[in-house]
Design a protein around this ligand. Sequence first.
Ligand SMILES: [Zn+2]
Length: 143
Amino acid sequence: MDERTSTGRRDRGRLEALLATHGILATTQRLRIAELLFARNQHQTAEQVFRELARMGTPVARATVYNTLNLFAARGLIKALAMDPECCQFDSNTEPHHHIYYEDTGEVADIPAGQLQIGRMPELPPELEARAVDVVVRVRRRA
Ligand SMILES: [Zn+2]
């Protein structure tokens, strides 16, 4: 057994536990997708996840990738970002944070903590509470 295999086994146990805490049964394919998503904080479309898994030699059917990402998002394991109405990005970081959206490329990046501040919140009816503030700064190259 090489080092990579033993590391993989440890990660697998950690990922199985993570999925279980979100009420998700850890199938082999879900674990592959989770392993890719949680290797680092990142934003990926379902298509990017599908292609990356194929590139890594661990292909998962496109429909399974889409269904799994939507399941993970529904259970709060990842966050679905609606930057573009035609293409959802999935964020492996579910902590509150803001984003820059590059309209030219479709890429998404986190805005470092403290770089954007909300000066004032709107008054809300007493029966409502603000759950989150998600700011998207949309950018493009100057013409
Ligand atoms: Zn993010």
